[in-house]
Design a protein around this ligand. Structure first.
Ligand code: KIV
Length: 277
């Protein structure tokens, strides 16, 4: 009954903005977010009424086939963002600042963020890190560009962590994460992604902040959820952390369709009369 009430309470947003997300947190309406890197997929996801589309640097893994997110370049992510933005009418489109385009230099960070916004016409950028990138975050926001933060398991620092295991299980790291989240909020971030942290920490950060938290492997007490679309559609097979729920098995479906197509071509059953001119 409560669920039914909540569903009816859900507002139909015509265009999702950073303010919409803050409003959703106040209204306790969960935020949905998925990745997209191309026009066709972005169009399907947007028409499904997703709230946020992330042009993630996970494109480095799922599109380009790299082992990590580190190799993707600023120009490459801008290309993906341009493809996505042409398809989107409703969702807020956030673009990852790639590794090497902002770390350690706030002037470079600002230039990279401006390049993304100018060339792709996206709506916001996302950056990994806390206190250490605070000057860059602050300069970018002061220039008028909305920033989404990203704490916990930050894949651009994977060689620093050494593994993709759960972050901030120990008190010291958890306290640093809470402090980083407060700094990002103070700097003006409109939302913060929490990746692969204990559910209890996700809850604590969510209660501490006024801006919405969006979790990936951060439990159910955060303000929203994000998944990599290729994972949740079951296209990827080798990546199996427990936080992924597969909503389809497209790997199997695509493979089946390809095999049927090959069979028909080999047997001269495709095209038929109706498919010919
Ligand atoms: O690049 C990405 O897809 C991300 C999500 C995992 C949050 O940063």
């Amino acid at each position: 009954m409560i669920l039914f009430f909540r569903e009816n309470q859900m507002k139909k947003y015509t265009r999702v903005t950073t303010n919409t997300l803050k409003e959703m947190k106040l209204n306790r309406e969960k935020i949905s977010m998925l990745t997209a890197y191309d026009f066709t997929t972005a169009k399907i996801i947007d028409k499904s009424e997703i709230d946020v589309i992330l042009v993630g640097d996970s494109a480095s893994n799922v599109i380009a086939g790299h082992e990590t997110t580190l190799p993707i370049t600023l120009d490459e992510i801008i290309y993906h963002a341009k493809c996505v933005i042409r398809a989107v009418k409703r969702a807020l489109v956030v673009v990852d600042l790639p590794f090497g385009s902002y770390q350690g230099n706030s002037t470079k960070a600002l230039e990279s963020a401006i390049k993304i916004m100018k060339e792709s016409e996206a709506h916001a950028v996302k950056m990994e890190g806390g206190e250490e990138i605070s000057e860059s975050v602050s300069r970018i926001i002061k220039s008028g560009i909305p920033v989404m933060g990203h704490l916990g398991l930050t894949p651009q620092s994977i060689y620093n962590f050494g593994t993709y295991s759960v972050r901030a299980k120990e008190t010291k790291e958890a306290n640093k994460l809470i402090n980083d989240a407060k700094i990002l909020e103070k700097n003006g971030c409109f939302s913060i992604v929490l990746e692969k942290v204990p559910s209890s920490l996700g809850k604590k950060v969510t209660k501490t902040l006024k801006v919405p938290t969006i979790g990936i492997g951060a439990g159910k007490h955060v303000d929203g959820q994000v998944l990599v679309t290729h994972d949740m559609l079951g296209m990827t097979q080798d990546f199996n952390p427990r936080f992924i729920r597969r909503y389809a098995d497209l790997n199997k479906e695509i493979s089946k369709a390809c095999k049927n197509y090959i069979k028909d071509v080999k047997a001269n059953k495709f095209p038929n009369e109706n498919e010919s001119y």
